[in-house]
Ligand binder design. Structure first.
Ligand SMILES: Cc1ncc(COP(=O)(O)O)c(C=O)c1O
Length: 413
């Protein structure tokens, strides 16, 4: 069975560990000796309760989530969180500062790609606050319109008392990512956040990060300084349908009390308090996705956890970026979209292929070798290589070999 499987470089849903899929396929028929399949078992059963608590513990343990934060989950994906964050954090701001006008409630967005732009657009659509794009990386791009960099620290100017400060850690479509090294010019500028302003009622910054495509790929820097970290499961940890949020407790607020003070009413299922009070099962959760994600997290732990996967990601990405560079140097067959030093992603390597019909030839050749999911996002085109946790170094090597051979063949044309 393993031999017949392709190598899936898709951006999500994407590859999952083979051993996990084998175990999950058995559980589809009979979960844990219950005689009931995992797709059929009640989310309120004792056995499924165990899955939920193990899932939470595996996240807490591996990411070292402090006691100030809770692990919540829901359906609705990253897109659902674009709305939830705005509603919950505007409610929090209303409770802290009841008399400010909407114009005085700043929602600061760091826009570095399509996903953070979508999140900022949703905040504008929902209203109730003043959405301020703190920095838009297109302004520092090579052509003034591409998301091809993480801006340097001098470009940011945060509001004094924001209701939200938002960024996307890894932009899946364009392949730009913040650096974990704080001394790097492409790291997130935590030191610029308005933490020490004496006028603030709460010195806790409402810092929100979309980790959809880099969650569990390496340790999260400054996790404790975040108000909300969220991620859809469908990249590194499991099938689509599950969204994980790590939420600081001061952001779990009584949204109905805030509504009485004039905040927008929050749909019950989008309220973090509903999830928290309902112990993550106020309604039916994405059971299969939760179960498989739990197996993936267990498998990760056995293989060496985030340290191991963080190192592996660096190795895989380096190999692919090196092959990309060779293709650039040899007659410009390849063309990286993000230049080295500008915040190249370890998860999604995005590049173009020069020459009439060359991209189609690359994709056809890849398909023949069982290398799938390499077509870039429809909005930017080109090639995208997604290197999530389930892909091994050997998988990256197989792709690299193909990339090198393709360059030779193109040059010989
Ligand atoms: C970084 C990022 N944020 C948000 C989303 C949207 O997630 P969903 O499709 O779960 O709504 C995606 C989807 O690929 C993503 O990559």
């Amino acid at each position: 069975m393993a031999e017949s499987r392709a190598i899936n470089f898709g951006a999500g849903p994407c590859a999952l560990p083979h051993s996990v899929l084998e175990e999950a396929s058995k559980s589809l028929l009979n979960f844990n000796g219950t005689g009931i399949g995992i797709a059929e078992i009640s989310h309120r059963s004792k056995e499924f309760g165990q899955v939920i608590s193990e899932f939470e513990s595996l996240i807490r343990e591996q990411l070292q989530v402090p006691s100030t934060h809770v692990v919540l989950f829901s359906q609705g994906g990253g897109t659902g969180q674009f709305s939830s964050i705005v509603l919950n954090l505007l409610a929090r701001h209303r409770l802290l500062y009841p008399s400010l006008s909407p114009e005085e409630r700043y929602l600061d967005y760091v826009v570095t790609g399509s996903w953070s732009k979508s999140a900022a657009d949703e905040a504008k659509r929902l209203g109730g606050g003043n959405v301020k794009v703190v920095v838009d990386s297109r302004e520092s791009s090579k052509d003034g319109k591409s998301f091809d960099n993480i801006p340097t620290h001098d470009k940011y100017e945060f509001s004094k008392n924001p209701a939200v400060v938002y960024y996307c850690e890894n932009e899946t479509v364009q392949g730009v990512q913040f650096d974990v090294d704080p001394s790097s010019s492409t790291s997130f500028p935590y030191h610029l956040l308005p933490k020490d302003d004496p006028d603030l009622t709460s010195p806790l910054i409402p810092l929100v990060a979309d980790y959809s495509s880099s969650f569990m790929s390496r340790p999260i820097p400054r996790l404790a300084d975040h108000a909300v970290i969220f991620a859809g499961a469908q990249k590194n940890i499991g099938p689509a349908g599950l969204t994980v949020m790590i939420v600081r407790k001061d952001c779990i607020v009584d949204v109905d009390a805030a509504a009485k003070l004039g905040a927008a009413p929050v749909p019950k299922i989008l309220s973090y308090k509903t999830l928290y009070d309902g112990k993550n099962v106020p309604n039916t959760p994405a059971t299969i996705s939760l179960y498989i994600s739990k197996l993936v997290l267990q498998d990760m732990k056995e293989k060496g956890g985030l340290q191991y996967f963080g190192e592996l990601s660096k190795i895989k990405a380096k190999k692919v970026y090196d092959a990309l560079k060779r293709g650039e140097d040899k007659g410009g067959v390849f063309e990286g979209k993000i230049k080295e030093g500008n915040g190249r992603s370890l998860m999604n390597v995005v590049f173009g292929i020069n020459g009439e019909g060359a991209e189609a030839r690359f994709l056809e050749g890849a398909e023949r070798r069982g290398l799938k999911g390499l077509k870039g996002h429809r909005s930017v085109g080109g090639i995208r290589v997604s290197l999530y946790n389930a892909l091994s170094e050997k998988d990256a090597d197989t792709l690299v070999q193909y990339m090198d051979e393709f360059v030779e063949a193109e040059q010989a044309r």
